[in-house]
Structure formats: structure tokens, C-alpha cells
Design a protein around this ligand. Structure first.
Ligand code: AMP
Length: 212
């Protein structure tokens, strides 16, 4: 199964990808997480991407497409994968098609901007393993500490309100057309993403015909 999760920043793509990993046993590939690794390591790609990411803009398509191509050629992607945060432009969707990916379904997690801004202010991320939490509805067992690996939790620099507003604007202008692209292909599923986590998981599983 090859799936794409599309949604605004903070719509719950990463969280729902984790549920799908458990169910389907295929890896989730987050281009945002891969880029953050590059930033941390100070690679050439990381340095090229830094300014775009800090301002909430998209990293240029050619950099992202090459990075994704390399990741999809790794052996763990043979049986399928879940893409979280890719494609974010129609050009990226076209590039995926040119790679011969053969995507089965695209799940759009639909939200409204004001609830996103509220949610993102509570978002925390594990510095070490990338696990995500939310102080509003998905708290870690111990304050400030990852329940999975025990490392400290941080707030992403680009989760500050003014950057979130910029990222939402980018989402509407550059990523919404990706939904139309897949609607035309007949593989887009729209799911209401405004409920709590188990609710949204159920809606996604139902839409995909999976049992919980
Ligand atoms: P995310 O963790 O998916 O919200 O991504 C964080 C940031 O990484 C975005 O605001 C972009 O600057 C960059 N990014 C991640 N994925 C992509 C992509 N597919 N295309 C362009 N930029 C991306």
C-alpha cells in the first residue's frame, strides 16, 4: 500500500501516520523530519534548506525531489510507504508520478486555520526520536520528556504563531492544488480532521477500508 497524507501544518499527519504504521507495517516518510535531520547534522542540503524552513516557506522542489527519490530507493520502502508532508506542490506530485511510484490513496486531513493555530501552540517534539506530543490532547507521561525514548521535548522554531500563519498561507496557495490533482486521478479521500486523535484515526481507517 502506498499512501499520501495531505493536510495543513498541525493537521495531525505525523500522528495519524504513526497509527497507520502500526496497522500496515510500512514506514512513514516525513520530508520535514528528513530535512530536520540534515539541519541537525549541518549537511550541505540542510544549509540550503535552513532559511526556507525558518521562514515557513517551502524548500525548492528540485532539492526535495532528489531527497525523496533517494529515500524511496531504500529497501524498507519495497512493500509500500506512507508519505507525510510530500507532495506539497503539483510539481512534486508530478515528479512522484515520473518516479513510477503508483500511489494507491491520498488522504486529505481537513481542518480550519483557527483550530490549527490553537493546536500548534501546544505541539512538542522529541529532540532525539522525532515523536510528537501535544500539551492540549496528547501529553507525554512526564512533563517535557519523551515517553518513547526519555529525551527532552522541544518546541519547533517554526511552530511560533507568526511562522504558523505563514505556513498556512503557503499551504493554501501551494499545497491545496495538490488535492485537486489527486481528485482528478480519482484517489483522493477527504477526512474531517477536527475531532480528537482516535476519532480522526477511525475516520481515516474507515475511509481506507481498514479495521481498527
Ligand atoms: P513539516 O515538518 O512537514 O511541517 O515540514 C517543515 C518544513 O520543512 C516546511 O515548512 C518546509 O519548509 C519544509 N518541507 C517539508 N517537506 C517539504 C516538501 N515536500 N516540499 C518543500 N518543503 C518541505
Amino acid at each position: 500500500m502506498k499512501l499520501i497524507l495531505v493536510g495543513a501544518p498541525g493537521a495531525g499527519k505525523g500522528t495519524q501516520a504513526e497509527k497507520l504504521i502500526e496497522k500496515l507495517g510500512i514506514p512513514s516518510i516525513s520530508t520535514g523530519n528528513i530535512l530536520r535531520e540534515h539541519l541537525k547534522k549541518g549537511t550541505e542540503l540542510g544549509e540550503k534548506a535552513r532559511g526556507f524552513m525558518e521562514s515557513g516557506a517551502l524548500v525548492p522542489d528540485d532539492l526535495i525531489v532528489d531527497m525523496l527519490k533517494a529515500r524511496l530507493s531504500e529497501p524498507d520502502c519495497k512493500e509500500g510507504y506512507i508519505l507525510d508532508g510530500y507532495p506539497r506542490t503539483v510539481r512534486q506530485a508530478e515528479a512522484l508520478k515520473e518516479m513510477g511510484a503508483g500511489i494507491d490513496r491520498v488522504v486529505s486531513i481537513e481542518t480550519d486555520d483557527e483550530s490549527i493555530i490553537r493546536r500548534i501552540s501546544g505541539r512538542r517534539l522529541c529532540k532525539n526520536c522525532g515523536a510528537s506530543y501535544n500539551l492540549l490532547f496528547n501529553k507525554p507521561e512526564k512533563d517535557g520528556v519523551c515517553s518513547k525514548c526519555g529525551s527532552p521535548l522541544i518546541q519547533r522554531d517554526d511552530d511560533r504563531e507568526e511562522t504558523v500563519r505563514a505556513r498556512l498561507e503557503v499551504f493554501h496557495r501551494q499545497t491545496e492544488p495538490v488535492k485537486a490533482y489527486y481528485e482528478k486521478e480519482g484517489i483522493l479521500l477527504r477526512v474531517d480532521g477536527t475531532g480528537d486523535i482516535p476519532d480522526v484515526t477511525k475516520k481515516i481507517f474507515d475511509a481506507l477500508g481498514l479495521s481498527e
